[in-house]
Design a protein around this ligand. Structure first.
Ligand code: NAD
Length: 334
């Protein structure tokens, strides 16, 4: 099927081209992100493939529909960037990749924890400059600590498995109690109790109206002194300004590791190293010694990219043949 693929980087093209040897779709790659003005680039393509920071709002979807697009094939699990009510009105089908290597994201959350707790980001720079002084690098053991997992779905459960191996006590907050997590000994509690009791809090729930700014000035005050907050889910789960204030006060929050940022759209997935970044809140975050930020790369492993490419292309084939897998359908209109 003729498909316009937006927000593509070299690695997207490599893994999609490899998978497409089997599916044989007609893929047109665009480096540009998808939004109201770039939507016309998809004219004549019945399928559009989009990623996490593409803006599939009402006007964008209307332009796509006017150009003949009937399928939005997301190469992501999250679909908070799609206006589903508009997709419904325009009779467009929306498909996603509900699961691809949850271990990739869970392992990245652990990478952030380990960088923060052992000051690896500082040690790396010191050693490169011939500075072998250890002052200021004192860390803490993860073994024996309490890890609170908010959202114990596929990624949360993969994290629970890893942290169990580290010798941690596990707390969970989710209305659905995962049998896999219960088997690992997780104790489900209310969010307030999880925040009060956890040394490390890791967010793995979707961004929904009721999870926006789940971590805010009020909930941060519930967190344990010296605790660590990790977010590899979606940026807007955290109120950035509240977190900046908390980091300045050094009262409740002592470490922050994020792979996602609430205003990441204009920043992430591009080389802005020779420009002046206008986002002052983001720039403030980069100045803290106890903050580690990565640019939404939790999914970026060979294994995950292979699965994303194969499932995305099979979703397009399924749409073409009218046999969509229900678990991959966000909105059906075929
Ligand atoms: P999932 O659907 O398997 O699990 C999400 C869990 O969150 C479910 O168990 C659900 O019951 C729970 N949940 C829903 N609302 C909640 C609430 N208000 N409070 C607590 N829990 C709630 O999803 P997943 O595959 O584990 O992915 C989790 C999130 O990770 C995704 O929504 C996505 O935003 C993010 N993600 C990030 C990357 C990355 O590269 N950084 C990659 C993939 C996914």
């Amino acid at each position: 099927m003729k498909t316009a693929v937006f927000s593509t980087r070299e690695y997207d093209r490599k893994f999609l081209d490899e998978a497409n040897r089997k599916f044989k779709h007609e893929l047109t790659y665009h480096a540009e992100s998808l939004h109201r003005t770039t939507a016309t680039m998809a004219a004549g393509c019945p399928a559009v493939c989009a990623f996490v920071d593409d803006q599939l709002d009402g006007p964008t979807l209307a332009t796509l529909a006017a150009g003949g697009t009937r399928l939005i094939a997301l190469r992501s699990a999250g679909f908070n960037n799609v206006d589903l009510a508009s997709a419904e009105k325009l009779k467009m089908t929306v498909m996603r990749v509900p699961a691809y290597s949850p271990e990739a994201v869970a392992e990245h959350a652990v990478a952030l924890m380990l960088a923060l707790n052992r000051n690896t980001h500082h040690a790396y720079n010191r050693v490169r400059e011939g500075n072998f002084d250890l002052n200021g690098l004192v860390g803490f053991n993860i073994a024996g600590k309490t890890v609170g997992i908010v959202g114990t779905g596929k990624i949360g459960a993969a994290l629970a498995q890893i942290m169990k191996g580290f010798g941690c006590s596990l707390l969970g907050y989710d209305k659905y109690h995962s049998p896999a997590c219960l088997a690992l000994g997780i104790r489900y509690v209310e969010l307030a109790d999880l925040l009060k009791e956890s040394d490390i809090v890791s967010l793995h729930c979707p961004l929904l109206p009721d999870t926006k700014h789940l971590i805010n000035a009020k909930t941060i005050k519930l967190m344990k002194r010296g605790s660590m907050l990790i977010n590899t889910a979606r940026g807007a789960l955290i109120d950035t300004h509240a977190v900046i204030e908390a980091l300045k006060e050094r009262d409740h929050l002592s470490y922050l590791g994020i792979d996602v940022y609430e205003e990441e759209g204009p920043l992430f997935f591009a080389d802005l190293s020779s420009t002046i970044i206008q986002d002052d809140a983001f720039e403030r975050l980069t100045t803290f010694p106890n903050v580690v930020i990565t640019g939404h790369q939790g999914f970026l492993t060979r294994e995950a990219l292979t699965q994303i490419a194969e499932i995305t292309l099979s979703n397009i084939s399924d749409f073409e043949s009218g046999r969509q897998k229900s678990e991959n359908l966000v909105k059906s209109n075929n």
